[in-house]
Design a protein around this ligand. Structure first.
Ligand code: PRP
Ligand code: MN
Ligand code: MG
Length: 181
C-alpha cells in the first residue's frame, strides 16, 4: 500500500510539535482578547486544519467565518490583484477580526486581505499564521501570532497542498523532489 508519507523528503514539524505550538498561540490570544469575542476568519483551503485546532483549543467565545481568494498563480509574478471567490457571511463593523492562515509565503495574499478587511470597519484586524517563510517575503506584513519560521522549501501537510494533495497529513514535511520534477 502506497503511503502519502513516502512522497516526503523529511518531516519538518511533527503532529506533537503542532499541537504544542497551537496551545502556546492560544494562550497568547486568550490574554490579548480577554473578555472579547473575536471573529476568526479562515482562508480556504489551507487554513482549515489550523482553524479547526485553534478554535477548539481557545477558551474564548469566538465566531468562525471563511473566505476563499484566488491569488495570482504561484508560477507567475504577482499582479497584486487578488479575487474573492467566496466572501465572508459576517458584517465586520466593530468586530475584532483574527485572520487565520496556514502559511505566509510571499505575504501578498495576506497583505491584500488585511487591507480589504480593515476597510470594512472592523475594530481590529490581526493575523495568526502557523508558518512563515522569512526568506520568501516580498512584502512585510505585520503578524501578531506566528507558529514557526521555516526555511524556503516546498512544505506540505496539515492543510498545505501540492496540486491539492497532502493536505490531510497530520504533520508538516518537505516534499521530495521526485514528486514535482
Ligand atoms: C497558500 C497558503 C496561503 C498563501 C500564501 O494558499 O495557504 O493562503 O498561499 O502565499 P503568499 O504569502 O505568497 O500569498 P493557496 O493560494 O495555495 O490556496 P490554498 O490555501 O487553497 O492551498
Ligand atoms: Mn491558502
Ligand atoms: Mg495551495
Amino acid at each position: 500500500l502506497a503511503d502519502v508519507r513516502d512522497d516526503l523528503d523529511r518531516e519538518l514539524i511533527s503532529e506533537r510539535e503542532i499541537v504544542d505550538k497551537i496551545a502556546e498561540l492560544c494562550r497568547a490570544i486568550e490574554r490579548d482578547y480577554e473578555g472579547r469575542r473575536p471573529l476568526l476568519v479562515g482562508v480556504l483551503k489551507g487554513a482549515v486544519m489550523v482553524m479547526a485546532d485553534l478554535a477548539r483549543e481557545l477558551k474564548l467565545h469566538v465566531d468562525m467565518d471563511w473566505m476563499a481568494v484566488s491569488s495570482y498563480g504561484k508560477s507567475t509574478q504577482s499582479s497584486g490583484v487578488v479575487r474573492i471567490l467566496k466572501d465572508l457571511d459576517s458584517d465586520l463593523a466593530g468586530r475584532d477580526v483574527l485572520i487565520v492562515e496556514d502559511i505566509i509565503d510571499s505575504g501578498l495574499t495576506l497583505s491584500w486581505l488585511l487591507g480589504n478587511l480593515q476597510s470594512r470597519g472592523a475594530a481590529s484586524v490581526k493575523v495568526c499564521a502557523l508558518l512563515r517563510k522569512p526568506d520568501a517575503a516580498k512584502v512585510d506584513v505585520p503578524v501578531e501570532y506566528v507558529g514557526f519560521d521555516i526555511p524556503n522549501e516546498f512544505v506540505v501537510g496539515y492543510g498545505l497542498d501540492y496540486a491539492e494533495r497532502y493536505r490531510n497529513l497530520r504533520g508538516i514535511g518537505v516534499l521530495a523532489p521526485h514528486v514535482y520534477s
